[in-house]
Design a protein around this ligand. Structure first.
Ligand code: 13P
Ligand code: SF4
Length: 320
């Protein structure tokens, strides 16, 4: 505990000294979110993290999340130093969509508009016409569909299937998935619902269609927090990373929040409702990134950055 307090105090003073802001995703551990909150930083979903990083007047951004979030921050704010607690924190969607294979997929369908999820590398974004996050994907695809455009969607097949079903858009899907959300099980969820018949089920759309089908509310992390705040139920079964409970409980005090079950158990499932890469964002790693940038700084090649900026700016302008 003393060691934790040491890091908290040191990080607070280093953030001030360096005119730095800590920007944390809802899936990071509670002590990281608490620190972002206490220091005037931001805790949010990937869309708002991008916007906050771009608009705040800090010299340095510490992105507690996964690598694509750091890259997005750098693409939007090339003049800022962008640090991450660890550059090893990646995402199964990013890993599953390598730039060369994705470029070949796009080249094979030149008449399609390329829409990529934010959970991708800068190089994949640079190949896209649009970047979307889960909080704005539905509206952007609806808009493109209304213009009669055919869409290449990458990389999350579950989110893509959900959007295609909602909008009826013509979407060619890349077959990627999030190892955390892919573990949620409809069968186990139904069993749990029998134990809590009055609970509302909240589901992130990176979950399989069979799980989404059982949801009372489907949405991005921010949208799920709003649902917990506004729905009248006393209990919620939440199918997303358990890191969200920190903010969801603040937003909905007195409500009982329950983790949705995964198919495996601790011994067999890969992630068990907590992203292993988000979990790498510890206090010690944040402290280290602030004391010595080397090995923590996000750098994006300038020509690549300019290309990736175009579809990112398009999303931000659309959502403004
Ligand atoms: P949000 O855009 O909803 O924050 O999701 C990002 C993410 O990585 C979900 O797994
Ligand atoms: Fe990627 Fe899933 Fe982790 Fe989000 S929770 S960063 S989508 S692996």
């Amino acid at each position: 505990v003393d060691q934790q307090q040491f890091y908290v105090q040191e990080i607070k003073s280093l953030l001030k000294q360096k005119n730095a802001k800590l920007i944390a995703h809802y899936y990071t551990d509670p002590e990281i979110q608490a620190l972002a909150e206490a220091t005037g930083g931001c805790i949010s979903d990937s869309l708002e993290m991008a916007r906050f990083g771009r608009d705040c007047d800090a010299d340095t951004l510490i992105i507690a999340g996964v690598k694509f979030m750091g890259e997005t921050a750098k693409i939007l704010s090339p003049e800022k130093t962008v640090l991450m607690p660890t550059l090893e924190a990646t995402c199964s969607l990013d890993i599953g969509c390598p730039e060369d294979k994705f470029a070949a997929f796009c080249d094979a369908h030149p008449d399609h508009t390329v829409v990529v999820y934010a959970n991708t590398s800068a190089a994949v974004k640079a190949r896209a016409d649009w970047v979307v996050t889960s909080s704005i994907a539905l509206e952007i695809v609806e808009h493109l569909d209304s213009l009669g455009e055919k869409i290449i969607w990458a990389p999350d097949r579950h989110l893509g299937a959900y959007i295609a079903k909602k909008t009826g858009a013509d979407m060619l899907m890349w077959q990627g998935e999030c190892i955390v959300h892919d573990e949620f099980s409809a069968k186990a969820l139904l069993d749990m619902k029998h134990l809590y018949p009055d609970a509302a089920i909240l589901v992130h759309p990176e979950s399989p269609a069979s799980v989404v089908a059982l949801a009372d509310a489907v949405g991005s992390t921010t949208q799920l927090i709003k649902a917990a705040q506004t729905l009248p139920n006393s209990h919620f079964i939440v199918a997303t990373d358990r890191g969200i409970f920190y903010k969801m409980q603040q937003a909905a005090p007195g409500k009982i929040l329950l983790e949705a079950p995964t198919a495996g158990n601790g011994a067999t499932c890969k992630s068990c409702a907590h992203c292993p890469w988000m979990a790498m964002n510890g206090l010690q790693a944040i402290y280290q990134s602030l004391t010595d940038n080397s090995g923590h700084e996000i750098k994006v090649d300038e020509a690549l950055r300019q290309r990736a900026l175009v579809p990112l700016d398009r999303m931000l302008a659309f959502s403004a």
